[in-house]
Design a protein around this ligand. Sequence first.
Ligand code: HGY
Ligand code: MN
Ligand code: MN
Length: 439
Amino acid sequence: MVYHAAMNRRTFLGALALSPLARAAELPPVNAARLRDHLERLSVFGRPAGGTFADGVSRIAYSDADIAGRRYAMDLMANAGLEPRLDPAGNISARRSGSDPSLAPVLFGSHIDSVPNGGNFDGDVGSMAAIEVVQTLNENHVATRRPLEVAIWSNEEGVAFNNGITGSRAAAGRLDPGELDAVWNGMVKRDAIHKIGGDPGRIAQAARAKGSFHCYLELHIEQGGTLEREGFPIGVVEGIVAIDRYDAEIRGFANHAGTTPMPERRDALLAASYLTVAVNEIVRAQPGRQVGTVGQIAVTPNAPNVVPGRVLQTIELRDLSADKIKALAAQLRDRAADIARKTGTEIELRQVAHHDPALATPAVQQTIEAVCAKLGLRTMRLPSGAGHDAQAMATLGPMGMIFVPSVGGISHSPKELTRWEDCANGATVLMHTVLALAG
Ligand code: HGY
Ligand code: MN
Ligand code: MN
């Protein structure tokens, strides 16, 4: 039974009542100790030299650490009786057979690449939990009607090439024109994809058809502080923000820091500083949850006694409304023109990424809530200020996300922490939601 928007909610939910959902209490929870062990072992790949788990991880997509982490994840999949394969975008996926192979699978997973000096839970919890779900179903000899498919998407963070959810966008057929020719850190994107085992020449074949899965589910840490503050163990995601990313290039004139009079300077870093303040002022000037960040900056020649001649910085805007961030960007362009005039520099804003917002599918949200009710776990609905592979998958079919609390709301930091009990709860909710949807 494939969920169609036209299908009324009662039909879709009614079928669930006869499904394994009703047997939720019988199946034991996932093996929490094994899930923790897998997360701890995964954390080694990209850990700072001489560090510990608490020092977080730098497992940037396409790096050697990423390759080693992917290898480990594929070994875990094999231990769970799966046969992992790579698609041309370097996404890892593996299927568990269902009793009716003609049915579209329930697809679930996440990512394991990280930001620099990131945490050991972002993406990792959903990826390791997906494998743990399969292992627990195997150990309890649970068959499903639909096949199950586990996915670990490549380059979700988009630190590499400043454009995220790369693998899942390739699966959604939504790579940007010329994206594979992008250059970052001296690497061309197509070569980076090749390095992790992808086949950029056949990238179009990574695209999946609409309806090629019954539903996509992703367990993820909240990366914000709402669940912890409000005291809920499980979050049911309402929607995922739109994300626009820009490269800002500011061209001034490098000159001697001692002999160049202040009025004659064309100081690229001064202009970049004004632009950074402008991002903050424009985003905060109106009510709402929009956010804007300048997260990366490179100064040339970056010497203490040279007036900076060139700056490259990133600008990122996010909100549930794509129109709102488009309007913010228009204001930013106006401000950039003023700053350029005032500082005698040239400022070029190049949009390098646009990710549409994605709303979760109501029937899937209700399924997650029904599962949590059976398991005695309270839930609350909330938006995601973080981007996720689920927003790419939502362009192909029904989508739902399960959040677990982030301690202190901290993420993208070695201080990122989700309690082991919450990781296990999230994985058990994922398992029963998969069962409820797989029949
Ligand atoms: O940047 C994000 O929102 C996500 O953590 N990749
Ligand atoms: Mn993530
Ligand atoms: Mn992240």
